[in-house]
Ligand binder design. Structure first.
Ligand code: NAD
Ligand code: DAU
Length: 359
């Protein structure tokens, strides 16, 4: 039987300045009864933006600390664990973008594998004072589905990209530390997230911003690959549920029950941007910006999650549909131009264009 309602005093959240990590920290303070302190441990790479949590720092500053440090740095991790008497870790920090992993796989090995190993070692060294290590992982570790079937907790691993192989490796390390050393661990494997504060290299925010600006909308290949879309708030609720209630050593799959082809996603976004911004100058709809480009190397065809274990054990449910969630997300990107401008003014600068051209 799942255990109930663990309490943590000093929670280290790695990658808390990224997309899901920042939403998770806000979720903790606003939507849960978590009464402790959050230490956001983040290297602030191109994907990390501390301003995504300005509102949290202003409202909960006595219980929120940002530590600018790298999970590849073992000594820095140990120091943070000691300085803040850390008793639990929720581990988001990663190189997260598949296209980048195709171009620079070494960064993914260093951060996703070695960085996770460093955190596990530090958790182990913390001894009895340490109570839980939650590892945030992905459905991409399971590989690719054909037209039928779903990934579940018992699906064998079959990663294809350097990104998914590095996440699979980190999952195995987490399980090994549980099985070998008795470290208290949990893992969640989630499908594609969308929502506010996502870096605009990922499909949905990239398409919203390009559509707004009348730029080409690069769809890889025919656009028939399928992803299972989940609103980031629903993912955050699932992570906290697993972290506080699941048995040590357990794994949960998290998904949106919302499968869509990429071309369908892009067309929905075009329609929403047309609705909120009006058509392009000259009157053409934004769908006319869709440009089919060369396919991603090793592009997985379909991901879909069976999340019935999470639903059955804890009563977790998605609260957003693609209809409501996409509309809310398009509005957020159109309204939060200061955030968008700030993340685009940094190292990113449409980096991917220089790697692949024509995007
Ligand atoms: P993101 O790229 O938006 O954020 C990653 C964060 O990690 C950034 O703040 C970055 O600065 C930080 N980081 C990167 N390397 C670091 C290092 N060496 N040391 C310390 N901090 C470092 O990623 P995201 O989309 O928020 O994903 C978070 C986690 O969730 C990842 O582990 C990812 O594999 C997993 N995940 C993501 C999705 C998704 O759809 N985005 C789905 C399932 C699982
Ligand atoms: O499934 C979970 C994974 O979802 C996470 O583990 C990853 O961290 C996250 O990046 C995401 O991976 P994807 O590769 O599925 O997401 P991305 O937004 O890069 O692409 C979604 C789909 O859209 C994919 O089939 C590739 C396609 N695509 C993407 C981009 C950026 C395009 O057609 N055009 C694009 O410009």
């Amino acid at each position: 039987m799942p255990m109930k309602n663990r309490k943590f005093s000093n929670l280290l959240v790695t990658g808390g300045a990224g997309f899901i990590g920042s939403n998770f920290i806000r979720h903790l303070f606003e939507k849960t009864d978590f009464g402790g302190r959050v230490v956001n441990y983040d290297a602030l790479t191109y994907a990390g933006n501390p301003h995504s949590l300005d509102d949290v720092a202003a409202r909960f500053g006595d219980r929120y600390v940002l530590v600018h440090a790298d999970i590849r740095d073992r000594d820095a991790i140990r120091k943070a664990m000691r300085d803040f008497s850390i008793d639990a870790i929720c581990h988001f920090a990663a190189e997260s973008h598949v296209d980048r992993s195709i171009v620079s796989p070494g960064d993914f090995v260093e951060t996703n594998i070695v960085g996770t190993f460093n955190l596990l070692q530090a958790a182990r060294e913390a001894g009895d004072a340490f109570s839980r290590f939650h590892h945030v992982s992905t459905d991409e570790v399971f590989g690719s589905l054909g037209p039928d079937g779903f990934f579940s907790e018992t699906t064998p691993y079959s990663p294809h990209s350097p990104y998914s192989a590095s996440k699979a490796s980190s999952d195995h390390l987490v399980r090994a530390f549980h099985d070998t050393y008795g470290l208290d661990t949990t893992i969640s494997n989630c499908s594609n997230n969308y929502g506010p504060y996502q870096f605009p290299e990922k499909l949905i925010p990239l398409m919203i911003l390009n559509a707004r600006e009348g730029k080409p909308l690069p769809v890889y290949g025919a656009g028939l690959n399928v992803r299972d879309w989940l609103h980031v708030e629903d993912h955050c609720a699932a992570i906290w549920t697993v972290m506080t209630q699941a048995e040590s050593g357990s794994t949960y799959c998290v998904g949106g029950r919302s499968e869509l082809t990429n071309i369908d996603v892009v067309k929905r976004i075009c329609a929403l941007v047309d609705r909120f911004c009006g058509p392009l100058p000259g009157g053409a709809p934004r769908e006319s910006l869709i440009t089919h480009v060369a396919d991603r190397l090793g592009h997985d065809l379909r991901y879909a999650i069976d999340c019935s274990k999470l639903e059955r054990d804890f009563g977790w449910r998605q609260t957003h549909t693609a209809d409501s969630g996409f509309e809310e997300t398009v509005k957020w990107y159109l309204e939060n131009t200061a955030w968008v401008d700030s993340v685009r003014s940094g190292e990113y600068r449409r980096w991917i264009e220089t790697q692949y051209g024509n995007r």
